[in-house]
Design a protein around this ligand. Structure first.
Ligand code: ATP
Length: 255
């Protein structure tokens, strides 16, 4: 469904990502992992059509997204890590705004918004400004906004951020339901324990390049490691974290 082909982005002469290739098929939940600065956000900005690549392209159902940006965006649901929400709007007004921007009919917006608000436990807050919502409530509104138009491609960047245990559980089960309904899902996160639970495949980035694209089980087997976290540490050759932690603690205790 989504094909990222030979994607390169150069900022000020330096590559943020270099020759990235991968596909996401319907029904797949693909984890996109990498250390800070490895190029995850840059890839997502290009996939969502916000930034143009220096080379390569993103193809949705065979066509380059640049030639069908509006139609493509209508099939895309995106939950960014740091969202700018109009906090003076109520939860219901925000969903109505998002639905109108996506060209949905008023009656469909009304039905879907009420169901989503009820299922996320936000019904009694629907007429309150988002400014009064807790972090987890805001996150549930963002998830609702991404799902409102029933997109076929979903991109979630740290979607569990701020969610309590029950909401996080609902979200993880929801991912399974959406995948079973043929959605293609890209899941960006540093929480590898969850990635291992929810992703059918993981792509690991290191310094702007894909260094692994495998199932979590395949990666663990190939690298003879017990958890995805150990595989990740090995792949990106993270330095000795214990020593760095000790040096940090010592640095602040010596004036
Ligand atoms: N607008 C920009 N101008 C210049 N350099 C940029 C720009 N955006 C990103 N970069 C650089 O590109 C590289 C990749 O950054 P990116 O934000 O994609 O990484 P990331 O994997 O999302 O990191 P994090 O996990 O910290 O969010 C970094 O070296 C970053 O400094």
């Amino acid at each position: 469904m989504l094909e990222v082909r030979n994607l390169t982005k150069i900022y000020r002469g330096l590559p943020a990502i270099e020759s990235i290739n991968f596909t996401i098929r319907p029904g797949e939940v693909v984890g996109y992992l990498g250390p800070n600065g490895s190029g995850k956000s840059t890839t997502v900005k290009i996939i969502t059509g916000l930034v143009q690549p220096t080379e390569g392209g993103v193809f949705f159902q065979g066509g380059n997204i640049r030639h069908q940006l509006e139609r493509y965006r209508a099939t895309l649901g995106y939950v960014p890590e740091e969202a700018h929400v109009y906090t003076h709007l109520t939860g219901l007004e925000y969903l109505q705004l998002v639905g109108r921007l996506r060209g949905m009919s008023e009656s469909l917006i009304d039905v879907r918004a009420h169901v989503l608000l009820r299922l996320w436990g936000l019904e009694s807050w629907r007429h309150s400004p988002i400014a009064l919502y807790s972090k987890g409530m805001k996150q549930r509104i963002l998830l609702s906004a991404a799902l409102l138009h029933n997109p076929s491609l979903l991109i979630f960047d740290e979607p569990l951020s701020g969610l309590d245990v029950v909401s996080a559980r609902i979200f993880k089960d929801l991912l399974e339901e959406l995948a079973a309904r043929g959605k293609a899902i890209l899941y960006i996160s540093h929480v590898l324990e969850v990635v291992e639970q929810v992703c059918s495949r993981v792509i690991v980035l290191g310094k702007g390049k894909v260094i692994a694209d495998e199932t979590p089980a395949g990666l663990k087997l190939a690298m003879q490691r017990g958890s995805l976290e150990e595989v990740f540490a090995e792949l990106v050759r993270q330095h000795d974290t214990r020593t760095t932690a000790r040096e940090l603690a010592e640095a602040i205790s010596h004036a």
